[in-house]
Write a protein that binds this ligand. Structure first.
Ligand code: PGA
Length: 267
């Protein structure tokens, strides 16, 4: 495996989507504790783990993060309101997430874009709210299967990224991480090949470099889309892949722990 030229944070994030309950949170804690008791902490050191449960489970996941202090385990939300606190029934503000010890929040996930009609201006608003209170956005980018077939992957991803690059300065953007998630690979079992993913990750770094070389070098870019304990290693070996955003496989705790161990060893 060629060494990565630049050291960036290694991150594995588990997006539970609308799944899980309090018992599942307890299973998560037990799985990490059992792994550490049996194999020690070593293999998990050096990877930042972000658990991204539904809103109502955030406080419970926050407790695991506190209890497994030796691990770098952090809490993220799946969504945030584009508004500040106020009369917005059903919304959850960035300030509230911060109060729940959340450090991260997904923005621009393809399910939010396609099922909830979120557009670039919503995404920019949400990022603004998060940055205002010191939360770190995980900006998701990715093309649909039809767009890939029509050779539009680069133009789609560049447009998604540019609308955010244009709205923030370098200092603000340095708080973000990116997740390249080809829509055709999400929840389908059709992972992008390591080469396909690497090509787009390198392209994304090139787009970042148009704003700032430093951002391009330092910003972690996760891959997401049917990542499993079986295919993660090869993805992590790619030069521009710094970790994974894991959906389905994060619902099987042992698989998720295995993916974290692989990232710690090879991202
Ligand atoms: P998947 O989901 O791992 O189930 O494909 C990834 C995601 O939507 O973040």
């Amino acid at each position: 495996m060629p060494p990565k030229k630049i050291k960036r944070a290694k991150i594995v994030a588990g997006n539970w989507k609308m799944n899980g309950n309090k018992a599942f949170v307890a299973d998560y804690q037990e799985a990490f504790e059992t792994y550490i008791a049996q194999k020690g902490l070593g293999a998990l050191q050096g990877v930042d783990i972000i658990l991204i449960p539904p809103y109502v489970l955030l406080p419970f996941v926050g407790e695991i993060a506190l209890k497994t202090e030796a691990l770098s385990l952090q809490v993220g939300a799946q969504n945030v309101s584009g508004f500040d606190d106020g009369a917005y029934t059903g919304e959850v503000s960035a300030k509230m997430l911060k109060d729940m010890a959340c450090e991260w929040c997904l923005v621009g996930h393809s399910e939010r874009r396609s099922l909830f009609a979120e557009i670039e201006s919503d995404i920019v608003n949400k990022i603004r709210r998060l940055l205002d209170v010191g939360l770190k956005p995980v900006l998701c980018l990715g093309e649909t299967g039809e767009q890939r077939d029509e050779a539009m992957t680069e133009s789609v991803v560049a447009a998604q990224l540019k609308s955010v690059l244009d709205a923030f300065d370098e200092q603000e953007l340095s708080k973000l991480i990116l997740a390249y998630e080809p829509v055709w690979a999400i929840g389908t079992g059709k992972t992008a090949s390591p080469e396909q993913a690497q090509d787009v990750h390198r392209f994304i770094r090139g787009v970042l470099a148009t704003k700032s070389e430093r951002l391009a070098d330092n910003m972690p870019i996760l891959y997401g889309g049917s990542v499993t304990a079986e295919n993660a290693q090869q993805l992590f070996e790619q030069e521009d892949i710094d970790g994974a955003l894991v959906g389905g496989a994060s619902l099987k705790v042992e698989n998720f722990v295995a993916i974290c161990v692989q990232c710690a060893g090879s991202c």
